[in-house]
Ligand binder design. Structure first.
Ligand code: AQP
Length: 345
């Protein structure tokens, strides 16, 4: 990895209902990483149309994710925040990666199977090719680290496979251009912490998701205190008291989920949370979780709403971020075209 400048890239789809899982699994970690790395955070609007084509609220959803990034604490002056569709290199590199990635690799992607469901013949080609575009998003900036929730692990592995195959297949022109360690880095996923996979509040076996039809399954970042309290109070649990040690959470997915959320929001481990709440009934634990959640999420939701209404500011952040991203992307695309062997007149 030594040959590549350390750089963080990640993205969030503007598909509405940004939730606690997106925040704890991704956005909050984006904020922490900006102290240590140069970061690029992208509102991946090209991805957003893969499942549902016409979304009348798309513009508003793009501004909402941008507002969430800033409200959570990402500094758009020091780092880059932009929306994918404003930098054409994403789509260009994705096409080349469509020719690098193998059908066998794509057929193994579990997210496609889950999102396409039973009606696979009717899924869009874009949904199928989603991981190839995601590889392009990351490698366009030759990013070395990608913070994501656990659900994206398989796509990160595919990104590494694409980089490796491109580096191998074009080894000669890449070496001629002086890239001793290959052209693309083998990007490291940054996955972890007590909330790498936040589960639905209604079903501990399903991940918290924007597309779940039940709004009670998730805490939206724009929910007010009353809504957060109502959702946590109605969250599914079991009849037992909380255990004192983590081993006692085995086979209790709903309890494990709520303890994980509490741990992440209070910057503690699950073991530390259980050391405090072991033996407590869920009624008491949920009351503490409501207070903590409202305290941590309330200010972010309020700031998101304020920022989102200021479309001039938000659109300015995206425009400026896109200009900075485009300069980096254009340099990569020019080199990739040379490596592949396209003539530039
Ligand atoms: N439940 C989750 N727990 C932890 N991390 C999560 N992420 C998503 N859900 C959870 C992480 O959030 C980032 C942005 O996700 P995305 O919007 O780009 O795509 P997604 O993973 O498809 O999100 P959803 O909410 O699950 O949307 P739908 O319902 O459309 O499928 C990613 O880093 C993701 O890992």
């Amino acid at each position: 990895m030594a040959a590549f400048k350390e750089l963080v890239f990640s993205g969030v789809q503007p598909t509405g209902n940004l939730h606690l899982g997106n925040y704890l699994g991704a956005v909050r970690r984006f904020v922490a990483l900006q102290e240590q790395y140069d970061c690029i955070y992208c509102v991946v609007d090209l991805h957003a149309i893969t499942a549902e084509l016409y979304q009348p609220e798309l513009k508003s959803q793009i501004r909402e994710v941008t507002a969430a990034f800033i409200a959570a604490g990402i500094d758009p002056k020091k780092h880059i925040i932009f929306n994918q569709s404003q930098v054409s290199g994403h789509a260009e590199l994705a096409w080349i990666f469509n020719c690098v990635a193998r059908l066998g690799w794509m057929n193994r992607m579990t997210q496609f199977k889950e999102k396409a469901g039973k009606d696979r013949e009717n899924a869009s080609l874009g949904l199928y090719a989603y991981p190839s575009l995601m590889a392009a998003d990351i490698l366009l900036y030759r990013a070395t680290h990608v913070p994501v929730g656990e659900d994206q692990k398989q796509h990160l592995e595919l990104t590494r496979d694409v980089a490796q195959k491109f580096n191998n297949d074009f080894a000669a022109p890449i070496a001629e251009r002086g890239h001793a360690d290959g052209f693309f880095p083998l990007t490291e996923p940054l996955i972890g912490g007590p909330a790498a996979r936040v589960m639905s509040l209604r079903d501990g076996a399903k991940k918290m998701s924007k597309s779940d039809p039940s709004d009670f399954s998730r805490i939206n970042l724009t929910d007010d205190g009353d809504a957060i309290a109502a959702k946590i109070r109605r969250a599914k649990t079991d009849p037992e008291a909380l255990p004192s040690e983590e081993a006692g959470l085995a086979g209790r997915p709903e309890a494990e989920n709520l303890v994980g959320i509490y741990a992440a929001l209070s910057d503690r481990t699950k073991a530390e949370v259980l050391a405090e709440f072991g033996g407590a009934q869920f009624s008491a634990f949920k009351a503490a979780l409501v207070d903590l959640s409202v305290d941590r999420l309330g200010p972010i939701g309020a700031e998101m709403k304020r920022l989102k209404a200021d479309t001039t500011y938000i659109d300015g952040v995206l425009r400026e971020g896109s200009e900075r991203a485009r300069a980096m992307a254009d340099a990569t695309i020019a080199e990739v075209k040379d490596i592949v062997g396209f003539v530039r007149g």
